[in-house]
Design a binder for this molecule. Structure first.
Ligand code: PMV
Length: 344
């Protein structure tokens, strides 16, 4: 087979990946934990074709129009697969996200997971889940976690072969719901690759390093035991610790001074404070944030309608008509499909 198509979901980190041990191989400082988001996905078709002179990347936009975009990162990733298969064939890559860019979901995680699986299958490579996760990680660190199903842990490891993600619990193990509140569609000003490098400048970095093993142990146990309040407390304090590191990573850069990274907007703070209030009123809801202003409200299925109504009421009362919501449950990992994307 020289053509294959894969589906993969973005993932939301509960225990964050922020800081790398090796930035060429994307080996992280610490183990991280995430959930695949079932309501948003990337579909990617890869076809190796001797008639092509170069790799071609086509991004199908929402609404049917298509945009050709040569992406060096994609081509470099195809090279990794080609070298395993001892192939020199160029490829046509067609990809489509179900979510538009700038809506608070990282398309690099789902994108590189889908590209890895479709590319490997199109080349006839027979790879284990672990090998696929290692390869996806080289494309984009967090993509390693979009390979296995459900709630996933990425073991940091200390070499390329030992740094991969595996399932912690399957998708139907725990009825968690993520209500993502997208408060802004502006592109972020500091990329996560830059952020990973800057983290060590925070005076709180040594504290983070010291507390990470305990955080990982407590969070993975809370997930296995379905202990929502312990999980929620860990989740929230972890998001705040990552953002503290971001905001305090100011440093002297040559002649100039670079300030810390502020991904929050005023709306982010409004939601963070609302969560505290809702909890004081007895609602079991916690938040997490990635490298952007989107607030992810995490609750159990039984309370998700109440949380949804509370967010909608807050948006209405505070004149935030621009907020949009996406509701996700634990999703599957990357998988193949026969439904190839059409060549435009
Ligand atoms: O995979 P990257 O380099 O885009 O880093 C992702 C970083 C966070 O989303 C902020 C945290 C995480 O663990 O996904």
């Amino acid at each position: 087979m020289s053509k294959a198509t894969a589906i993969a979901h973005p993932n939301l980190a509960f225990l964050k990946y922020w800081g790398k041990r090796d930035s060429t191989l994307n080996i992280p400082i610490n183990n991280s934990i995430s959930m695949n988001l079932d309501a948003v996905q990337t579909v990617t078709t890869v076809e190796f074709d001797a008639a092509l002179t170069n790799d071609e990347v086509v991004v199908l936009e929402q609404g049917g129009s298509s945009r050709a975009r040569f992406d060096q990162r994609v081509s470099r990733h195809l090279d990794r697969l080609r070298s395993l298969a001892e192939s020199a064939l160029p490829a046509r890559v067609i990809t489509r996200n179900s979510f538009p860019a700038g809506t608070g979901f990282a398309s690099s995680a789902s994108g590189f997971a889908a590209l890895t699986l479709a590319g490997a299958a199109a080349l006839g490579l027979k790879l284990s889940e672990r090998e696929l996760s290692i390869l996806a990680r080289m494309g984009s660190g967090s993509a390693s976690r979009s390979i296995p199903d459900g709630i996933v842990e990425w073991l940091a490891g200390d070499s390329s072969d030992t740094s991969y993600a595996r399932q912690l619990v399957p998708p139907d193990y725990w009825a968690l719901v993520d209500i993502a509140v997208i408060v802004s569609r502006e592109e972020k000003k500091v990329s996560s690759s830059e952020g990973h490098e800057l983290a060590v400048n925070s005076p709180f970095w040594p504290v983070r390093l010291e507390t990470l093993p305990g955080k990982y142990a407590r969070m993975s146990q809370a997930i296995r035991e379905r202990d929502f309040s312990t999980f929620g407390r860990e989740l929230e304090s972890e998001a705040m610790m990552m953002h503290t590191i971001m905001m305090t990573s100011a440093h002297i850069d040559g002649e100039s001074w670079r300030s810390g990274i502020y991904y929050w907007t005023g709306d982010t703070l409004t939601l963070v404070q609302a969560v505290q209030e809702w909890r004081a009123q007895g609602l079991q809801v916690y938040f997490t944030l990635d490298a952007g202003p989107t607030v992810h409200l995490i609750c159990l299925e039984a309370e998700s309608d109440t949380v949804l109504s509370a967010v909608r009421a807050l948006a209405e009362q505070s004149g935030r008509a621009h907020w949009s919501l996406t509701v996700n449950r634990p999703g599957m990992g990357a998988r193949l499909t026969e439904a190839h994307l059409p060549t435009p």
